[in-house]
Design a protein around this ligand. Structure first.
Ligand SMILES: [Zn+2]
Ligand SMILES: [Zn+2]
Length: 387
């Protein structure tokens, strides 16, 4: 089959690789019909995530048709159309039973690597380094899905791929980020740093949950326009003092909740650019610092943006003295599959609004560059493995 392989920093190749096979009784094999490139794939592309190896298959946002199931998979049949959550959950450990799926104790066979860095290992993730399990990803024609009896959701309606594909990650990720903000309908104000795909879903989700006002912060005009079209108030961080504007629009208090949908590759601070390039700092927390200062006293800071290591000059005194609650982590995707599919079926949201590029899988190397450099007004790329 064809697969998108990581061959080094900013080196992506589409290669011919062996088809996946059933390895465990709870596996399924899925023929992928649509797959997307995620903002967090750019951290791999740009070389910021350790334990990547040449030839690793990328991708954790995918859906398709079941072509084989292991003997223990009773809920899926060959021919079923499924969306696959990006974290892998066993369904039986303490965390999975508490619906903390991205914290599964059993799905990362390389847990030791993650424990060395973080103390404990989170769940394995498709196509996201050896530290996160070394699983082959979904930017390919086929994928092996472990624990297939507990992860994938069946799509039984005729909704097109573009409307349901993002249940795999960015819709639940934006939704969980908004849910963590304790939104009281008609009262809560939310500021979102970063209007990439996750930021866009955080904005729409905050509004679906009844936020009184959502402020969208970015410096890229087309991303701000998309946020405005969703109903947010756009703030261009290149043109205005975000902190002062937010204060002015919230009666001097600051927003009730802040969402950092940027993560570790934020732009705007030369200090962090230099330190990250010199490997003195793993992540560039520019948006995080701004959000920590801007959020109101006793507010919430919700972080869906991905961080992987150590960060510098974090104003921890600001969030401590203001009594801010910090909420973050990889998304517990499984928890959101059914309720969010229902919102899509009811027409409350059409997730395809975020797609700007639909291209064949074979053009993935170009697509990574276009997305990473934000060329051609690129916000979200969907790849077609059959083309
Ligand atoms: Zn993703
Ligand atoms: Zn588990």
């Amino acid at each position: 089959m064809k697969a998108v392989c990581w061959m080094g920093t900013r080196q992506i190749e589409v290669q011919e690789v062996p088809d996946p096979t059933i390895l465990n009784p709870r596996d399924a094999i899925v023929r992928i019909t649509s797959t997307a490139i995620c903002g967090s794939d750019l951290h791999l592309y740009n070389g910021y995530v350790p334990t990547m190896e040449k030839g690793d298959i990328l991708g954790h946002e995918f859906m398709g048709v079941v072509v084989a199931v292991g003997p223990a998979v009773k809920n899926l049949q060959v021919g079923d159309r499924v969306v696959v959550p990006f974290p892998i959950g066993c369904g039986g450990c303490m965390h999975c039973r508490r619906t903390e799926w991205s914290c599964c104790d059993n799905s990362n066979p390389n847990a030791k690597l993650a424990e060395a860095l973080w103390g404990q290992s989170p769940a394995g993730i498709f196509g996201y380094s050896h530290m996160m399990g070394g699983y082959a990803g979904g930017q390919a024609q086929y994928a092996r899905v472990p624990y297939a009896d507990t992860g994938p959701i069946k799509i039984e309606s005729d909704l097109p791929d573009e409307k349901v594909l993002f249940l795999s990650d960015i819709f639940p990720t934006g939704y969980m980020a908004a849910e963590q903000c304790d939104i009281q309908p008609g009262r809560t104000t939310v500021a979102v740093w970063g209007c990439g795909p996750v930021g866009q879903f955080a904005i729409r989700s905050a509004l679906l949950l009844g936020a009184a006002k959502v402020y969208a912060i970015d410096s890229i005009p087309e991303r701000l326009r998309m946020a405005e079209a969703s109903g947010a108030i756009a703030l261009n961080s290149d043109e205005e003092d975000v902190h002062e504007r937010l204060k002015a629009m919230t009666g001097g208090r600051g927003p009730d909740a802040a969402i950092d949908a940027v993560g570790m590759e934020a732009h705007g601070s030369l200090y962090d650019d230099v330190k990250q390039k010199l490997k003195l700092e793993q992540d560039r927390p520019y948006a995080l610092r701004q959000a920590m200062r801007a959020v109101r006293k006793a507010g919430v800071l919700s972080v869906p943006g991905v961080y992987s290591g150590f960060i510098d000059k974090v104003p921890f005194g600001a969030v401590f003295n203001k009594g801010v609650s910090l909420r973050m982590g990889q998304t517990h995707v499984h928890r959101y599959l059914k309720p969010l599919l229902q919102l899509i079926e009811e027409g409350k949201i059409d997730p395809s609004f975020v797609i700007t590029h639909k291209i064949p899988l074979s053009l993935a190397p170009e697509a990574y560059e276009t997305f990473s450099e934000k060329k051609d007004e690129c916000i979200k790329v969907v790849l077609d493995p059959a083309a």
